[in-house]
Design a protein around this ligand. Structure first.
Ligand code: ATP
Ligand code: MG
Length: 265
């Protein structure tokens, strides 16, 4: 069974897709079988994985509404070394179309459940909203990874997201946890960023990942070449940080597994 994580933050442009693509590639490089699900109509994770979104006749949209099977939609990111469920602007219709269907919040779960034993990790790149699409991701995940910039307003939105996670846990998916907050686009020269980073550690303790992703232009350049940053320039500081994050995630998950086995006894 795969570990299923969603990369979520309803704030736009905080580094969700960069984290999803690079973490998928970092895990794949560590010999993990990885599926990345693009759940955003912008299709940035699709393009960043080297797949032209407008050439995809079948995408996550058909999968959600039951018009295509997983095997018909899944494709391979050659640059990233993982499997991808692509998305494009068609997904923007899904919010309304889903409401006509039974269990609109569990459509993705129904699909993922059937194929999760093919993978070690399934990562879901969420859109910048707390919509029905995001709830679909939260319903099938065990963990939420929250990328955030260490800025004053970042903390404001965090409580809405944490409350949504709590509500989904109570009503729909008891397994769901915030696995961790990932500090991204970090600039150590800025005092405010260091202060907010400390504040995060005080409030969230070991739910803040040790790895910090620096602001690094190579990570921003990579998508236009259809490659994850860790492939585009593996020597860059950004690449090294995401590789370290992949290692940290695998380590955390083996502890997580031991803890839950311990609890079951
Ligand atoms: P959206 O909410 O629109 O889906 P997002 O949260 O997925 O956005 P990204 O697309 O990953 O955010 O990042 C936003 C912008 O910041 C992009 O141009 C990306 O290349 C850039 N970026 C992300 N992480 C870094 C980083 N560590 N260093 C420099 N630039 C970065
Ligand atoms: Mg994105």
């Amino acid at each position: 069974m795969a570990y299923i994580f969603c990369i979520a933050n309803q704030k736009g442009g905080v580094g969700k897709t960069t984290t999803a693509v690079n973490t998928a590639a970092a895990l794949a490089r560590r010999k993990q079988k990885v599926l990345l699900v693009d759940l955003d109509a912008q299709g940035n994770a699709t393009m960043g994985s080297g797949i032209e979104k407008n050439d995809c006749a079948l995408t996550v949209y058909q999968l959600l509404i039951g018009e295509a099977s997983f095997d018909e939609v899944v494709c391979k990111s050659a640059s990233g070394g993982y499997d991808l469920i692509p998305a494009n602007r068609e997904l923007s219709a899904a919010e309304i179309d889903l409401m006509q269907l039974k269990n609109p919040d569990r459509r993705l779960q129904g699909v993922i459940e059937k194929i999760s034993d093919r993978y070690d990790f399934i990562l879901i790149d969420c859109p910048p909203s707390l919509s029905m699409i995001t709830v679909n991701a939260l319903c099938c995940a065990v963990g939420v990874i929250i990328p955030m910039q260490c800025e004053y307003f970042a903390l404001e939105g965090l409580s809405d997201l944490v409350n949504t996670v709590r509500r989904v846990r109570q009503n729909k998916n008891p397994k769901l946890q915030v696995i961790g907050l990932l500090r991204v686009m970090f600039d150590a020269r800025m005092t405010l960023q260091k202060e907010v980073s400390e504040q995060l550690k005080e409030n969230f303790g070991d739910r803040v990942f040790d790895t910090v992703i620096p602001r690094n232009v190579r990570l921003a350049e990579a998508p236009s070449y259809g490659e994850p940053g860790i492939v585009y320039d593996k020597t860059s500081r950004g690449a090294k940080a995401y590789l370290a994050f992949g290692r940290e995630l695998i380590k955390r998950m083996s502890n997580f597994k031991n803890d839950s086995e311990h609890e079951e006894k």
